[in-house]
Design a protein around this ligand. Structure first.
Ligand code: BGC
Length: 759
């Protein structure tokens, strides 16, 4: 059963009524962030029920010692994890000496809102304590986009039925642990605790990686909307700094606590400046005040929406879904810092360690290219370029030579972190996604200069990997790739996974094409690259021989490429015949049973057809879709979006719609029964693609030409989206009866084949 408690609304995520069982799920769904840092929607006041406290700073990680049952040579020593950072949001509240805790008091009229248009989170509720006192609480909190080290809270308590004392203790707690720590270790060392007037700071250092972080807070207060000064009682504990204040109140009084918080890290500041900058940040935030900061927040989000909003008329759940996805992607990554990337859970949870996966190149780059300036996608590519040496080292560790690179499955700093052999050593298709990302970027932006400056070195190293990873089969008279895991992780150690072989072949030919182009048009770069890589014409010739003779498993009988050799030995039973009680199979079946079944976790052959659609005829796409969709369980969040796009491209609009809803509302409706752990951020870019490339039919072909082929599900009155295409913002509008294209300044541009124009 899906939880399905989120109230549909066009611009907000809404929850009404308090249910302890939903607290952890809502902490994920209502998360806030600004690309540089983010946090789960934990309560400011105490909560003794089940909760996952989480606040994260982009790029601040810890190498947690690997834990595996059976060690295999080649496993990485550690798994880099984005660290749960000191908590600056907390405020203990005591009403006549009783602690406010929503787990123990009666909660009435609970409402929570994540306002996506303006970028803030709020709650309101009445709490009746065991001792009878009743208060009404409203809170608002945001992480500033304009000042990306700052967050702010407005916490208001209205006294409903008593006279007495409210004591409140804002604090910074650096005694924070990662729930997913492998050995229950504490990852921080506290260096110093600084107190001051209504302001304080904890300077801490991550163990091993030695990142320094200054976490500061500043508080101010108002009683019945008038600022008040209060006596501060300071308590410095080993890992915590708290200030207690007290106010006498009577029925009808309104007390407001403003709390400003900041993280300043050694990623951005010199060590001796950290504490000073942290104090400065919170002082300035307080001077500006909550309401002014909130206004800048609204403006900043408006700018984001101006170039990225998708409007769906006539289907509020679909509308809420797509805005939620666009919102969360922006909260995770804004694209201004090439050291950062997009973790599959962003800043909404700990699973996947906040690290970088192939998801970025395969799914996220199109979203950032379409909604932002080209520099954002370029930063994502540079992240991998900057990690090329580590990828070469990683391949060396596995026995590859001559500058071959294997990019990691999971990484924070370029080193491999994953430690399951069938993925670490076998899910090598990820290497191809690195090249596909470069191709996609260059083709979309026409910034070919990227290739000679950065891309080609990455591509050469990857071509070298494929060349060494294949072997010649004299039985088949072809090159084969043995012992791999394709995108479908429900099959391991297979031979000749179609997607992997096809991608390897394509990587080589694309690399050679680019080399030829660079040789002719960028002679200086060419000489530099040849000098550093020592690439010879003979080597390129050998690569091409492999590409030309790559084996691709095919069934003549079914006229489809096979996911891997031997796939047809399986008993093919459609997912529709699986009892509901047996799904999701990854929670209900043994791994062994999954491996032997025909069920596909996520798009695999179809992932390849999605990437290289132009290489296949419509009939081929239909045949493959009809073969693979019925046996795909979509138990990876990355799957429904790819199938949605392909369904649309073969004119199965209603199927595309069904798959669209699944991807767009995956977290809001908790399809995979795991939203408590965090949201599926990277697949949200897939949701965006489902509209733009799926229903909108947008394609940028190999010759760089842009086309659209819009269709609309019957449930929608209309939809429209914006695309930043080579610096021009193009709006596509499609209703049940019309289809229009606009550009920002109303100029006509040649857009569609067959002389259709943008109006
Ligand atoms: C998927 C991978 C993906 C990872 C992170 C896994 O469940 O199978 O393809 O990279 O999640 O999103």
């Amino acid at each position: 059963m899906n939880k399905n408690y989120i109230i549909p609304n066009e611009w907000s995520i809404l929850e009404e009524g308090f249910d302890n069982d939903n607290v952890k799920a809502s902490e994920s769904i209502f998360s806030i962030g600004n690309g540089a840092m983010g946090q789960r929607a934990n309560f400011e006041e105490d909560y003794s029920g089940s909760t996952l406290q989480g606040s994260y700073i982009g790029g601040i990680y810890y190498p947690d010692k690997t834990r595996v049952g059976w060690w295999k040579n080649g496993y990485p020593e550690y798994f880099a994890k984005v660290l749960n950072a000191p908590n600056w949001i907390g405020i203990h509240i005591k009403i006549n000496n009783t602690l406010l805790d929503l787990n123990t008091c009666k909660v009435v009229d609970f409402k929570r809102e994540l306002n996506m248009k303006e970028g803030w989170l709020s709650r309101s509720f009445n709490a009746v304590l065991q001792t009878g006192e009743e208060i009404n609480v409203t809170t608002k909190r945001f992480i500033s986009v304009a000042f990306n080290e700052i967050g702010a809270i407005e916490y208001t308590i209205n006294v409903v039925n008593f006279s007495g004392t409210i004591a409140y203790t804002p604090y910074i707690d650096a005694g924070i642990v990662n729930e997913d720590a492998n050995y229950d270790e504490y990852f921080w060392k506290i260096l110093e605790i600084y107190d001051g007037e209504n302001a304080g700071c904890i300077l801490s250092k991550t163990l091993k990686t030695e990142f320094l972080v200054a976490t500061a807070m500043k508080v101010s207060f108002a009683l019945n909307n008038k600022e008040i000064k209060l006596q501060q009682h300071t308590q410095k504990l080993e890992k915590k700094l708290d200030y207690t204040y007290q106010t006498k109140v009577s029925k009808g009084d309104t007390l407001t606590i403003f709390k400003y918080g900041t993280y300043v890290s050694s990623l951005n500041e010199t060590p001796d400046n950290l504490v000073k900058k942290a104090f400065q940040n919170v002082e300035e935030a307080e001077k500006l005040g909550f309401h002014n900061l909130l206004e800048t927040q609204k403006d900043a989000w408006q700018k984001i929406w101006d170039t990225s909003d998708i409007i769906i008329e006539g289907d509020v759940k679909a509308q809420q879904g797509i805005r939620f996805n666009i919102f969360q992607l922006n909260q995770t990554y804004m694209g201004t810092d090439a050291r950062l990337n997009i973790g599959p859970k962003g800043f909404t949870g700990e699973k996947y360690g906040g690290s970088t996966y192939w998801d970025t190149e395969a799914y996220c780059i199109p979203f950032y290219m379409g909604t932002k300036d080209a520099s954002v996608a370029k930063n994502l590519l540079l992240y991998r370029y900057n990690q090329l040496d580590k990828a070469i080292e990683n391949a060396q560790k596995l026995g590859f030579t001559n500058g071959a690179a294997l990019y990691p499955m999971v990484t924070m700093n370029g080193e491999e972190c994953h430690n399951e052999w069938e993925i670490t050593f076998e899910e090598i298709h990820r290497n191809g996604a690195m090249v596909y990302g470069i191709y996609n970027y260059v083709n979309y932006t026409q910034d070919f200069d990227y290739i000679p400056k950065y891309g080609l070195e990455v591509m050469i190293a990857i071509a070298r990997f494929w060349y060494q990873r294949v072997n010649y089969s004299s039985v088949k008279n072809k090159y084969v790739i043995l012992g791999v895991t394709g995108p479908n992780e429900y099959e391991n150690n297979v031979n000749n996974n179609f997607y992997t072989n096809y991608l390897a072949k394509w990587c080589i030919t694309y690399t050679v094409d680019c080399l030829n182009e660079v040789k002719h048009n960028y002679t200086d770069d060419f000489s530099r690259i040849i000098a550093t890589t020592k690439l010879t014409a003979e080597e390129m010739y050998q690569w091409l021989n492999v590409a030309d003779n790559m084996y691709l498993p095919y069934s003549e009988e079914n006229q489809v490429y096979l996911q891997q050799e031997g796939f047809l030995d399986k008993e093919i039973i459609p997912v529709s015949q699986l009892p509901v009680s047996e799904k999701p199979i990854n929670q209900k079946w043994s791994w062994d049973r999954i491996l032997r079944s025909c069920y596909i976790k996520q798009a695999d052959v179809l992932q390849g057809m999605f990437f290289f659609e132009n290489k296949f005829s419509k009939e081929e796409l239909e045949r493959h879709f009809d073969f693979y969709e019925p046996i795909t369980v979509h138990e990876s969040s990355l799957s429904p979006c790819v199938h949605a796009i392909l369904a649309a491209s073969i004119d199965r609009t209603q199927k595309a719609y069904e798959l669209y809803l699944r991807t767009a509302r995956l977290d809001l409706d908790d399809y995979n029964h795991e939203v408590e752990e965090g949201c599926h951020i990277t697949s949200m870019a897939g949701t965006w693609m489902s509209i733009v490339q799926g229903f909108g039919g947008m394609r940028v072909w190999d010759d760089g030409k842009l086309t659209f082929n819009p269709q609309i599900p019957k449930e929608w009155k209309s939809y429209s989206f914006k695309i930043n295409f080579r610096g021009q913002i193009i709006t596509v509008y499609k209703s049940q009866t019309t289809c229009k294209f606009y550009n920002e300044v109303g100029e006509e541009i040649n857009l569609l084949e067959g002389n259709s124009k943008v109006k």
